[in-house]
Write a protein that binds this ligand. Structure first.
Ligand SMILES: [Zn+2]
Length: 251
């Protein structure tokens, strides 16, 4: 027995109330769409928190950023419906300009304390070579918020809103280079693809024809880890792993 075995990795598929926090309108579907669909199908309540408006997401200079944001809002609403997501909370930051984590953190803490999820799904903030600051900042703010939400005296203004401290059972980090959990998404693979394709503005044919083969092959590679056709990978950690835990990187 190793010391690290004393702090078990929580089981993502046992989640009943899930909060998904992500930077842009298509990130949740790409990183975790199959898992989200599976959780919702199994009766879990799933709430989205989309940090930015997606207004940088167009290669066409003739389309105004405000219009892109409107289009992408509708696209995410459609994708969320396909996956069985209950609600979308928009933080409304401008795409590409998400603020530093301490500015976003209190909003996320309040949401966590209100929704009281057992699991938060976000992206891996420790993904090396991630150049997009929204991805780095939003995912870091999300894991920080999981910790702060549990502190009695952090953001005491929440108490006036009737919100008490809340401890999540686990966080699941998608787009991770160090997965410890592979979810069999064979049964919901088509639903994931359907949800991704709701983002029509992001995946016109010439882009989808490049993205799709890569995504399929990656999912098949991850599937081999568990002897299934397709899998989505996550680094799943408990709150105990997220602070001064020298085994977290290899847990
Ligand atoms: Zn993104």
């Amino acid at each position: 027995m190793h010391a690290k075995d004393l702090i078990p990795i929580p089981r993502l598929l046992s989640a009943r109330n899930v909060l998904v926090i992500f930077p842009h309108p298509d990130d949740a579907e790409l990183a975790a769409g199959g898992t989200i669909a599976l959780l919702a199908k199994n009766g879990a309540s799933v709430t989205y928190v989309c940090a930015t408006d997606g207004s940088l997401g167009s290669l066409d200079p003739a389309i105004a950023p405000e219009l892109i944001a409107q289009i992408r809002k509708k696209e995410l609403e459609a994708a969320a419906e396909v996956l069985g997501v209950k609600e979308i909370i928009w933080l409304g930051y401008r795409d590409g300009y998400a603020p530093e984590p301490p500015e976003m953190r209190p909003k996320m803490v309040s949401i966590i304390r209100k929704v009281q999820p057992d699991f938060v799904i976000t992206l891996d903030p420790w993904l090396a070579y991630e150049a997009h600051p929204d991805h780095r900042k939003v995912s870091m703010a999300a894991v920080e918020a999981c910790m702060y939400a549990s502190f009695n005296h952090a953001y005491p203004e929440d108490r006036e809103r009737g919100l008490g401290p809340w401890s999540v059972t686990g966080v699941a980090l998608g787009f991770t280079p160090a997965p410890n959990t592979f979810v069999d998404v064979g049964p919901t693979w088509d639903t994931k693809i359907q949800a991704i394709l709701c983002h029509k503005s992001q995946f016109p044919e010439h882009i989808w024809s490049q993205v799709s083969p890569y995504m399929h092959l990656k999912a098949q590679e991850y599937g081999k880890e568990i002897g299934k056709e397709f899998a989505e990978p996550f680094k799943v950690l408990s709150l105990m792993h997220l602070h001064v835990n020298i085994d977290a990187w290899r847990s």
